[in-house]
Write a protein that binds this ligand. Structure first.
Ligand SMILES: Cc1cc2nc3c(=O)[nH]c(=O)nc-3n(C[C@H](O)[C@H](O)[C@H](O)COP(=O)(O)OP(=O)(O)OC[C@H]3O[C@@H](n4cnc5c(N)ncnc54)[C@H](O)[C@@H]3O)c2cc1C
Ligand SMILES: NC(=O)c1ccc[n+]([C@@H]2O[C@H](COP(=O)([O-])OP(=O)(O)OC[C@H]3O[C@@H](n4cnc5c(N)ncnc54)[C@H](OP(=O)(O)O)[C@@H]3O)[C@@H](O)[C@H]2O)c1
Length: 431
């Protein structure tokens, strides 16, 4: 009998997983909570563009159409591209839309037995016959539930959606005491472009965060309100956000994001030779980093705005959290329609935002928390078993934090003590 594979999520990762599962002769069933494919690309803020250069964000067996000439397409173009991929490989018929997976649980062997396994499925076979995954799904329209029994689960639930990361506040300094409005960037992004523009118009706005959502939203606010109502960006830490991918005219991919650059970093579980090589190459690593830093500092005039990060570009790019700076962002800072304010923490009072150490609150009508997402929680919560929940954890001291929530093959196999027959796919090139 054909092995049944449940794929959770129909974003880029889920579609890829579906295509490859089919090509291996398995029988996939894709559960998608929303009514459409595309995941993160179903809706984004108006100024969003693909920030990875197009050739590096491409299905290897399905190139971008020639009609998309831009190097950094907009979300509609990305969405259409994903849609054409799904149509081309006839994937839609395998997807159950409006179907949210509530939980997955491995039934068969006892929890104790599974904990003693050192190989996938206990025997090193992803499709052994020791048990089945029980997948409980909910119909988003009528809230009825169904149970599916499958042989293998591929988790493609995405990191950057659904569960917002909301900061914690001291007692009596949370949003409840504030007379203005507080929202997360994902709610702002969910508005249609016209409603979002109308919503921010004429408001005194504070945007919290200094990564891509924060930069884009601050830019939109400054375009709407100019210097009359400057938008404040409240950030904890400066970042090496990039103005382009051509430091001093050299493609960034020549320095990073290639096979050679992989040798420059220490990796979890590396052997003696790779470790020695990474150590010997540390001057090269340093030189590459300084080269890129000097370009960013020069192009964005970071010193002038007091925005030079204390960590290296090497550290930034290895965190997989590189953001591109919207064009003219620092021009807006210079003209005064964006104010940059550093604060380790913040809270609320009736009139606005309390920034560390300052007596007067920052007067604000609207606070937009561009504070990211809890992707690891989404992954963890889907497991019923507390043991499996514990396996989904990013290591804080990982040398290459790329592995943060990816439960996947390392060292040519599956990490010891991984869950039986599940696999989490993360599509980001850098997040
Ligand atoms: C605005 C934005 C711009 C980005 N730009 C870039 C970029 O330029 N370059 C880059 O490399 N990366 C970028 N990213 C990162 C992006 O997340 C990845 O590039 C990629 O789209 C992720 O695809 P995915 O399929 O892994 O996850 P997602 O696209 O998040 O898809 C996950 C899917 O799983 C579904 N799902 C989740 N939980 C369940 C459940 N329990 N049951 C059923 N369905 C479920 C969701 O509804 C969703 O459709 C961007 C992200 C965002 C939010
Ligand atoms: N292609 C595009 O145009 C585009 C647009 C939007 C988003 N994206 C992608 O979507 C993903 C999510 O991006 P994102 O910007 O939403 O989230 P993010 O990258 O996780 O950034 C979150 C920001 O919030 C800050 N933050 C987190 N907790 C905080 C707290 N308690 N107090 C104050 N600040 C806090 C972080 O500060 P620290 O830096 O100090 O940790 C960081 O600056 C990324 O992969 C991004 O590249 C892409």
């Amino acid at each position: 009998m054909e092995s049944q594979v449940a794929i959770i999520g129909a974003g880029i990762s889920g579609l890829l997983a579906c295509k490859y599962t089919l090509s291996k002769g398995f029988h996939p069933i894709v559960f998608e909570a929303k009514s459409s494919i595309g995941g993160a690309w179903t809706k984004a803020v108006e100024t969003t563009k693909l920030q990875t250069p197009k050739p590096a964000y491409q299905f290897s067996d399905f190139p971008w159409p020639s009609t998309v000439e831009e190097d950094f397409p907009n979300p509609h173009q990305v969405f259409d591209y994903i849609q054409s991929y799904a149509n081309h490989f006839d994937l839609l018929r395998h997807i159950k839309f409006n179907t949210k997976v509530l939980s997955i649980e491995y039934e068969g062997p006892s929890e104790e037995e599974m904990q003693s396994w050192s190989m996938w499925g206990g025997i090193g076979d992803p499709f052994g016959s020791k048990g089945k995954w029980k997948v409980i799904v909910e119909d988003a329209q009528n809230f009825s539930t169904e149970v599916h029994l499958v042989d293998f689960v591929i988790l493609c639930v995405g990191r950057f959606s659904d569960i917002p990361n909301i900061p914690e506040f001291p007692p009596n300094q949370g949003p409840e005491v504030f007379h203005g409005k507080v929202m997360h960037s994902m709610d702002y992004a969910a508005m249609d472009d016209k409603s979002a523009a109308d919503f921010v118009k004429g408001k005194q706005i504070t945007v919290v965060g200094f990564q891509k959502s924060a930069l884009d939203i601050a830019m939109e606010c400054s375009l709407a309100n100019g210097t009359e109502h400057p938008c404040t960006v409240l950030y904890r830490k400066e970042h090496w956000n990039v103005p382009d991918y051509l430091p001093w005219g050299v493609p960034l991919t020549y320095l990073y994001l290639n096979r050679f650059s992989e040798l420059l970093v220490h990796k979890p579980g590396e052997g003696f030779l790779l470790s020695l090589l990474a150590t010997l190459l540390s001057p090269v690593r340093w030189a590459f980093s300084k080269f890129v830093e000097s370009h960013i500092k020069n192009k964005l005039r970071l010193a002038k705005f007091g925005m030079v990060p204390k960590h290296s570009f090497h550290t930034e790019i290895n965190s997989c959290l590189i953001s591109t700076v919207p064009e003219k962002f620092y021009d807006k800072v210079e003209e005064g329609s964006i104010n940059l304010k550093k604060s380790k923490s913040f809270g609320f009072c009736k009139e606005g935002v309390l920034v560390n150490g300052e007596a007067q609150p920052l007067k604000t009508d609207l606070v937009i928390l561009a504070t990211g997402f809890q992707g690891d929680k989404k992954l963890r919560d889907i497991f019923v078993s507390p043991t499996f929940k514990d396996y989904i954890a990013g290591s804080l001291d990982a040398t290459v934090p790329l592995y943060r929530v990816i439960a996947g093959p390392v060292r040519g196999g599956i990490p010891p003590r991984t869950t039986p027959r599940t696999f989490a796919v993360q599509a980001d090139l850098w997040a």
